[in-house]
Design a protein around this ligand. Structure first.
Ligand code: CTP
Length: 422
């Protein structure tokens, strides 16, 4: 990812954890890279690191107090003028406050008043990071496009070690500048584009308490919907048992079974410019669904299920697509080598008839319910268009860049299809 060339206005938010002393290094690195840094520290942060240090290093006055310079409306002006906000360290308490949208200090106001991308570098003890409240807060912030760097695993404040250590200064700086660069490059290149995304995994009921399902968490599809909306697209997300919070910026249609997903795609597809089938679809469903719970006494030692094949939604959407629509499929494959993976992908795109196929490797420990992903995008000819690796959000952005390019190419050929054209 290229680094932004322009001088950025970066707000470094520092909250009250012992890792605050390392935030001085973050501030220094941004200043030395030529950026304008405004430190917004909480009162608690200043118990760990001194204001004079931060002012000398940032070459700017450090603000903490909400009631200082009220005439300048500072509580909103800092956030409004920022190109990037980096909160390092972000304590468990500050993650909770950010998730709740609290604005009881200058940092909370700055975040709420800003449209800039926000990077957070959590730092806390392992137990606090793994606490269900923190996990839920972090998931909610991620769903709102906060970018997380770390925490890393390693030596904590005392003699203990584990997950929760703040990411290293260089990693925070590199990730933050990459986020700013992506934000700058991305702008609103999908403005006016209507994108339909399917995410999650369908479930086929066996009886009122059981189903046949798969391990898809819906993270990659949700990241695609979220990233597309952030780039200005109007997005419909058809969600089948998505385990992560759904973005608030998209229209959500919830489904259970493959038949419901097929109906929803058929109904929604004509009103969209691109269809991204990221959902993991159950290939088979029970031939009969029992209205009562299946009992062992009635079945005996062996239960044989008769399954019937489900329709192929992607193949049907590709066959029904207009020339101006782009259809993107996914292929989750278990393969021993990259060559085998690509061969499976090539035969799948030929079978499905879609425009692009996003191929990723899955296994017992790969692909599902993980934060990261590594994919190869193939075109109809089976050629590799891009290879992308990173967080599911950054992989989503790279896939969307291919989509944007393809749609734009088509529209240059047919200018009447440009948004707003008569
Ligand atoms: N898909 C679909 N309808 C199905 C099965 C899959 O639309 N009944 C879509 C998925 O959403 C994905 C693509 O097809 O975009 C590939 O899914 P995958 O499970 O990898 O492939 P299958 O078609 O199921 O083939 P196989 O399981 O034999 O590899």
């Amino acid at each position: 990812m290229t680094q932004p060339q322009k001088r950025l206005r970066i707000v470094v938010g520092i909250t009250g954890g012992i890792a605050a002393y390392k935030a001085v290094g973050v501030v220094r690195a941004f200043v030395l890279a030529g950026h304008e840094v405004q430190v917004v520290a909480t009162e608690h942060a200043l118990r760990f690191v001194g204001k004079p240090t931060l002012e000398a290093i940032s070459r700017n006055v450090v603000h903490t107090d909400l009631y200082e310079a009220v005439a300048e409306v500072r509580h909103v002006s800092i956030g409004q003028s920022a190109d990037l906000i980096v909160i390092a360290p972000a304590t468990a308490n500050s993650l909770a406050k950010l998730a709740a949208g609290l604005a009881d200090d200058l940092l909370g106001n700055t975040v709420l008043a800003s449209k800039a991308p926000i990077v957070v570098a959590p730092a806390m003890h392992t137990e606090m990071w793994q606490n269900a409240a923190t996990v839920a807060n972090a998931a909610m912030l991620a769903a709102r496009s906060f970018h997380f760097v770390g925490p890393a695993s390693g030596q904590l404040t005392g003699t203990d070690s584990g997950a929760g250590r703040m990411a290293e200064v260089d990693d925070i700086v590199a990730a933050s500048l990459a986020v700013a660069a992506a934000n700058e490059a991305v702008r609103h290149d999908l403005h006016g584009v209507r994108i339909l995304v399917t995410a999650g995994g369908t479930r086929e009921p066996l009886d009122p308490v059981r189903f046949l399902g798969n391990r898809s968490s819906g993270r990659q599809g949700t990241a695609l919907a979220q990233a597309a909306a952030a780039r200005g697209a109007s997005v419909t997300l058809i969600a089948a048992h998505v385990e992560v919070p759904l973005p608030e910026t998209v229209t959500v249609v919830s489904v259970e079974t493959t038949a419901q997903l097929a109906d929803a795609v058929e109904a929604e597809a004509p009103a969209h410019d691109a269809i991204i089938m990221a959902a993991a679809v159950a290939d088979y469903r029970p031939a009969t669904v029992s209205n009562a719970k299946i009992k062992k006494d009635a079945v005996g030692d062996i239960l044989t299920l008769e399954l019937v094949k489900n329709p192929d939604i992607l193949a049907a959407a590709a066959a029904a697509a207009r020339a101006d629509q782009l259809v993107i499929g996914f292929a989750a494959e278990t393969a021993d080598t990259d060559e085998d993976l690509l061969a499976l992908g090539r035969s799948k795109i030929a079978r499905k008839g879609c425009d692009l196929l996003v191929v990723n490797r899955v296994g017992w420990t790969e692909g599902f319910a993980t934060e990261g992903n590594a994919v190869t995008v193939l075109d109809r000819a089976g050629s590799i268009v891009i290879e992308a690796r990173g967080s599911k959000l950054s992989v989503a952005d790279e896939i969307l860049s291919v989509l944007a390019e393809r749609l734009l190419e088509d529209r240059h050929r047919n200018p009447s299809e440009l948004p707003g054209a008569p």
